[in-house]
Design a protein around this ligand. Structure first.
Ligand SMILES: CC(=O)SCCNC(=O)CCNC(=O)[C@H](O)C(C)(C)COP(=O)(O)OP(=O)(O)OC[C@H]1O[C@@H](n2cnc3c(N)ncnc32)[C@H](O)[C@@H]1OP(=O)(O)O
Ligand SMILES: O=CC(=O)O
Ligand SMILES: [Mg+2]
Length: 532
């Protein structure tokens, strides 16, 4: 389904300007005024916090290492808990996630998972049509009227008792270039959140659910405090009741792992949990420590949740959350079902099973799956361990995590196959993203903006730390990179790839990003410039 185009109104510079097709239902004058109000109230602070990210990174690049902040020791060392968790969110043992595509939304809500996280972040390429259609789809889903007729003649409607909906708006770093207020682009976060809550909060409350959010990619408790103020303003503006917008925060950046208590505290009247966003966390670890030669990670396939620094991160998250009465959600296994190879499929499902078993046994209250076919596997592992709807009572006081545990670099290797895989994943993912698809299967794994970022950041880090070698002794340098990049088209299928016609553009972008002296903060920032 595409958005319903009608001519954009000509607006004065100091007003609200839509530089794309408008949509009378989603972009009504009152909805746009609501988003503009959020922009005017909070965008200055957002930009300041984005500058603070850069200053902090400059200190890390100069040799500093992340640490637990001294000035917030009181928050970490005192006893307090977050507000009670609403009944609709007490059992989150399996959550399915996916982009805001119409068929996917219906399938996810019908999937049998307790929760569906509808994603404007890692798995959505933010084309204007994707965003507006996503808002239409969510509004129809909340109203209970969503349906879909597929080109192959299948008809999709909602079943009774659908999963609880949680929406993930884009992160603070992304602008929405098509909407400008007083001459400035609005934040993608405020755009996605503002429209969703404006159109759906009241209906969700009437249905004894509520406006529930996942907040991505925070780097500090100050960024959490900004969200808290935005949400309080939205509640006041829409008459929703203070603290009624509930949030779960992804701990998916290395700096945020040192501020879990502080983030819970900043959002204490509304937060229900933290989530181990492992893929962005690995990416952030590479990015944050990019200038530290003793923190170069081995190839992506060797950095699983069992390695000490990731184990420490997930256990610290469980301990911190349960002490504060908040949920500790697990993360995403990247394997997806493989329909044409039963042995490979069995192996993939077994890897997912082991990952979910580890999470449930460690004390997580629930987990994520990327595909409906994985729900039974995840559910079985959590059902075996949970004696009630969650594991909040498991305090994990046996866990003692210090700064160095979170920074411990695993040993391992970089193979030629690992190097080539990183190049291929970046090229294929970028091509798909530029073509409007934010999540695609590659080599039987789910790839989205978080997983692809690991590949992109690894290539940059390996190439900008001279002297590293592949396992076979080959020097990792720009000659090797040029050779592998040039060989990419020959390694890829010559038809049927999402974004096939943009492969050349993706190769050129990866080349530029990898050769640049500075590691680009996010792949999606330069890519967004190229998005229609
Ligand atoms: C790091 C992170 O941020 S993780 C969170 C963000 N990432 C995600 O949410 C990943 C979501 N997953 C996906 O997008 C998809 O599963 C993909 C792209 C990986 C694979 O999708 P496909 O190639 O369509 O898978 P496949 O062909 O096996 O799909 C079979 C059926 O399951 C449905 N399906 C697949 N994934 C999902 C999902 N996540 N939610 C709902 N339905 C889904 C398909 O729509 C299809 O439905 P149909 O039989 O009615 O036509
Ligand atoms: O958003 C989740 C992640 O792993 O990244
Ligand atoms: Mg993420």
């Amino acid at each position: 389904m595409s958005s319903n185009p009608s001519p954009a109104p000509a607006e004065a510079k100091d007003a609200i300007e839509v530089r794309a097709s408008t949509h009378p239902r989603i972009l009504s004058a009152s909805a746009l005024a609501f988003v503009a109000g959020l922009h005017r109230g909070f965008d200055g602070r957002r930009r300041e916090l984005l500058r603070a990210r850069k200053s902090r990174q400059a200190r890390f690049d100069a040799g500093e290492l992340p640490d637990f902040p001294e000035h917030t020791r009181g928050i970490r060392e005192s006893e307090w808990t977050v507000a009670p968790i609403p009944p609709a969110l007490l059992d989150r043992r399996v959550e399915i996630t996916g982009p805001v595509d119409r068929k996917m939304i219906i399938n996810a809500l019908n999937s049998g998972a307790r929760v569906f996280m509808a994603d404007f972040e890692d798995s959505t390429s933010p084309t204007w049509d994707n965003l507006i259609d996503g808002q239409v789809n969510l509004a129809d889903a909340v109203a209970g009227t969503i349906d879909y007729a597929s080109p192959d003649g299948r008809h999709y409607t909602l079943r009774p008792d659908p999963a609880v909906l949680i929406v993930r708006p884009r992160g603070w770093h992304l602008d929405e270039k098509h909407v400008r207020v007083d001459g400035q682009p609005v934040s993608g976060s405020l755009f996605d959140f503002g429209l969703f809550v404006f159109h759906n909060a009241k209906t969700l409350q009437d249905r004894e659910r509520g406006p529930f959010l996942y907040l991505p990619k925070l780097q500090s408790h100050e960024e959490a405090a900004l969200w808290d103020d935005v949400l309080a303003a939205a509640e006041a503006g829409l008459g929703l009741g203070a603290g009624s917008i509930k949030v779960t925060v992804l701990i998916e950046t290395l700096p945020a792992a040192f501020e879990m208590d502080e983030i819970l505290w900043a959002l204490r009247s509304r937060i229900v949990g933290l989530n181990c966003g492992r893929w962005d966390y690995i990416f952030s670890t590479i990015k944050t420590l990019r200038a530290h030669r003793d923190h170069v990670l081995p190839e992506r396939g060797q950095v699983g949740m069992g390695v000490p620094f990731l184990k420490a991160y997930s256990e610290l998250l469980i301990k911190t959350c349960h002490r504060r009465g908040a949920f500790a959600m697990g993360g995403m296994a990247a394997q997806i079902p493989i329909s044409n190879d039963s042995a490979a499929n069995e192996a993939a499902l077994e890897r997912v099973r082991l990952d979910k078993q580890r999470e449930a046994r460690a004390g997580h209250d629930g987990t994520w799956v990327a595909h409906p076919g994985l729900i039974p596997v995840a559910l079985a592992e959590f059902d075996k361990v949970l004696t009630g709807p969650n594991q909040l009572e498991r305090k994990r006081e046996d866990v003692h995590v210090e700064r160095d545990d979170l920074l411990a670099t695993p040993t391992g290797t970089i193979t030629r196959a690992g190097f080539e895989t990183n190049v291929d994943v970046c090229v294929r993912y970028l091509a798909a993203w530029l073509d409007g698809l934010g999540c695609v299967p590659i080599h039987h794994l789910m790839e989205d903006a978080a997983t692809a970022e690991i590949s992109r950041a690894q290539l940059w880090q390996w190439l900008h730390n001279p002297g590293l070698r592949l396992e076979d002794g080959t020097s990792i340098d720009f000659t090797l990179f040029a050779e592998v990049l040039a060989g990419t088209p020959a390694r890829l299928p010559d038809r049927g790839l999402p974004g096939q016609e943009r492969i050349g553009e993706a190769i050129a972008m990866l080349d530029e990003l990898t050769r640049a002296d500075a590691l680009a903060e996010f792949l999606t920032l330069p890519a967004y410039e190229r998005l229609a």
